[in-house]
Design a protein around this ligand. Structure first.
Ligand SMILES: [Zn+2]
Ligand SMILES: [Zn+2]
Length: 313
């Protein structure tokens, strides 16, 4: 009887302790959890009048920013999200369409001019290093002048560009493991999705892709999948006004994903939450959230979020 009672008391004490620990852990996670902020949700390079900014997605992991893509306006959107530009630390480019990298150089510059205290590591397909060099040459006069005149450090020394040309491990540190998956975005062959496995959450960013079952495999069991989406009736309306309609339609169909197929990917991957982003067309305010998500729901029973700029998930 006695040993039993003691075991019970020990167990009870253990429970209290673990319960307290658990509570502390939950609190720690709440203050340090992985946050996702959609900075720009409009697919394509054209700058819209209002509503959606060009593609960019921010992850804050233990309060460290990880930026995925930087279409035009990414610097402004980061500031709107409350992230000082000199906090920029990790940058990932999914592919070299300009709606995903137009602000690559300017963002590096803006971080530097804000007083970049440490170092930026940028990751992406081949071309990244050249793009950084070309940008620094483009602004060589200003950079050299400010270094000499204002005593600023050399921004070229504050960037490390990491290029990769196949899927695999991209980055691993104490907080997160980042891996990539080659996706289908013809005619571009070097197009990638990224997966961030942090301690509290796993997040997959599709990049631009047509329906790609290998992406479902890559995203298996993730908490959140941020996937691009294209709404065909909206495209047809757009195309009806263009002289190169047929070629553009062929390109869009081969390179992007319709809502029904986004639903299939999310269902196959068994993700908890699907976030729609990179909307094509991204300028047509007449397309409702219901229209974006209706066909997705045919296949995916989980939570669907129709993304908006500066929305936090
Ligand atoms: Zn795009
Ligand atoms: Zn693209």
């Amino acid at each position: 009887m006695k040993p039993n009672r003691r075991s019970f008391l020990q167990a009870a004490a253990g429970f209290t302790l673990s319960h307290t620990l658990l509570k502390r852990l939950v609190c720690a996670q709440q203050s340090k959890s992985t946050r996702i902020v959609l900075l720009g949700t409009k697919g394509g390079p054209r700058v819209g009048e209002a509503g959606r900014s060009n593609p960019s997605t921010l992850l804050l992991i233990n309060d460290v920013p990880y930026l995925i893509d930087c279409g035009y306006g990414a610097s402004k959107q980061l500031i709107s999200a409350g992230i000082a530009l000199n906090r920029l630390r990790y940058l990932f480019i999914t592919h070299h369409h300009s709606d995903h990298n137009l602000e690559f150089g300017p963002l590096l510059y803006n971080a530097w001019i804000t007083g970049l205290p440490t170092h930026i590591d940028a990751y992406g397909p081949p071309g990244l290093t050249r793009m950084a060099q070309d940008f620094f040459n483009y602004q060589k006069f200003d950079i050299d002048t400010r270094m000499a005149d204002e005593g600023r450090p050399d921004p070229r020394q504050q960037l490390t560009a990491h290029e990769f040309d196949k899927a695999g491990l991209v980055l691993q540190n104490a907080d997160v493991k980042v891996t990539s998956c080659r996706v289908r975005h013809p005619p571009i062959t070097q197009a990638y999705a990224y997966r961030f496995d942090a301690k509290d959450r796993s997040v997959v960013i599709s990049g631009d892709t047509a329906y790609a079952p290998e992406l479902a495999e890559f995203a298996k069991g993730a908490d959140v999948l941020v996937h691009e989406v294209m709404y065909l009736p909206g495209i047809e309306a757009l195309l009806s006004r263009l002289p190169n309609a047929k070629r553009l339609r062929d390109h869009l169909m081969a390179a992007h994903t319709l809502p029904e197929d986004v639903g299939k990917i999310a269902a196959q991957a068994q993700v908890k939450t699907l976030v729609l982003s990179h909307f094509v067309p991204g300028d047509d305010a007449s397309i409702t959230d219901e229209q974006w998500s209706a066909d997705v729901r045919k296949h995916f029973q989980g939570r669907i979020i129709v993304g908006k700029d500066l929305m936090e998930i």
